[in-house]
Ligand binder design. Structure first.
Ligand code: 9Z3
Length: 377
């Protein structure tokens, strides 16, 4: 099947999110306003996509990502003069709020106190930081520089990504796509997805079958009546660990998600700069996989990172350039060659990073974007 056919099949069989049209209208107005002002626009994707197992979803598979990379990057893009569309997993980290909503020192309410007059104010020790961040947030909001759009499932994400990328096409090379979301590789296609909560007991399954038979006008007595769990002792040798009968296990059968990055690069936003992240846990394959992704999708930049060391170091892989490793400073000490070697092997330093690595990532991406605009003007 061609990439276009795969796209058509995926989008015609997987329903769009409820607010897609409203989100697209917001994105259109946002992009048009900034295009008219000659401002660059970046689409930052952030957080993990879910794979629902049921239509009325109780259970789902999730992808790792707190949204730190995306939310932090969005702040640095705003600082660098970009208008930001922040397409993020609902309830994951968001720009500015992240400093207080997910702090390790406490929840949001822990930063507030009730004053003598009864009003609420920031705790004195965090007041200066809160004032500074609040003022940056207010600037972004009042100048309409930050548009936040949420997603939850892989389906929501892909529909939103396609709609917004197509709108970004009007920006030509001044549009930047910065794809930091952790995107599911596998999903349950709608025709195989259960409507209701998947039952974990025979009792539940049989009750469901009986209700379905009754609804279809069949004699429910034709189906087995609900039995207590203890009554079922079916057993088979499905695999070499027959401790649990197959009837009690949940076997999930997933299809691959079509690789739509190719469609994005060729068709949705063909003149914009496209950068993606590559996440690995095995240090020996990170750069090879990042290069492979770049060659496969023919886009402009892959930023490789290891799960364990992602806050310390990333590698920029781009066509015709040497690999470029960016690393944060250490608190109170210098990197030795030995330290760097260990870091690159995925060994995490004991202390926290001395600064946010996005402080270096965003100017380096902007630099490549400058070159992209010049080359494609
Ligand atoms: C990343 O690699 C991000 O940097 C992280 C950020 C998800 C590691 P956090 O939000 O984590 O700061 O907690 N994102 C890309 C992940 C991904 O799914 N990439 C695909 C892949 O590696 C390609 S699009 O195959």
């Amino acid at each position: 099947m061609s990439a276009q056919d795969q796209e058509d099949v995926y989008f015609s069989t997987n329903p769009p999110p409820r607010h897609l049209e409203a989100h697209a209208a917001q994105a259109r107005a946002f992009i048009d306003a900034h295009a008219a002002a000659g401002r660059r626009v970046v689409l930052v994707t952030s957080g993990g996509t879910t794979v629902p197992l049921e239509k009325q979803t109780v259970r789902f598979i999730d992808n790792f990502s707190a949204g730190t990379r995306g939310a932090t990057s969005a702040e640095y893009f705003l600082e660098a003069g970009y208008a930001v569309i922040f397409l993020h997993r609902e309830f994951s980290l968001t720009p500015y709020a992240r400093h207080f909503s997910h702090a390790t020192t406490g929840g949001f309410l822990d930063f507030l106190e009730v004053g003598q007059g009864g009003g609420v104010s920031a705790r004195p020790d965090v007041s200066a930081k809160m004032t500074e961040i609040l003022s940056r947030y207010h600037t972004a909001r009042t100048e309409n520089l930050l548009l936040s759009i949420p997603f939850v499932t892989i389906g929501d994400y892909l529909h939103e990504l396609r709609a917004i990328s197509r709108l970004m096409a009007s920006l030509g090379p001044r549009g930047l796509l910065y794809l930091a979301a952790a995107v599911s590789d596998f999903f349950v296609p709608p025709e195989r997805m259960a409507e209701h909560k998947i039952q974990s007991t025979d009792l539940g399954r049989r009750a469901q079958q009986a209700a379905a038979a009754a609804a279809a006008g069949q004699d429910p007595s034709g189906t087995d009546s609900p039995k207590q769990d203890s009554e079922e002792e079916e057993f088979d040798n499905f695999d070499s660990s027959p401790r649990v009968p197959r009837s009690k296990r949940l076997i999930i059968d997933l299809d691959p998600v079509p690789k739509l990055l190719l469609n994005l690069v060729d068709g949705w936003a063909p003149r914009g700069m496209v950068s993606s992240f590559k996440l690995e846990t095995d240090p020996t394959i990170l750069v090879t996989k990042a290069r492979y992704s770049l060659e496969r999708y023919q886009h402009h930049l892959v930023i490789g990172n290891l799960l364990a060391t992602r806050k310390w170091e990333v590698v920029f892989v781009s066509p015709g350039r040497e690999d470029n490793w960016l690393r944060v400073k250490r608190r109170g000490k210098e990197w030795t060659d030995e330290d760097v070697k260990r870091l690159r092997q995925g060994e995490v330093p004991k202390e926290e990073p001395g600064e946010e690595i996005e402080r270096f990532i965003i100017p380096a991406v902007k630099d490549l974007h400058d070159q992209h605009i010049k080359a494609n003007a």
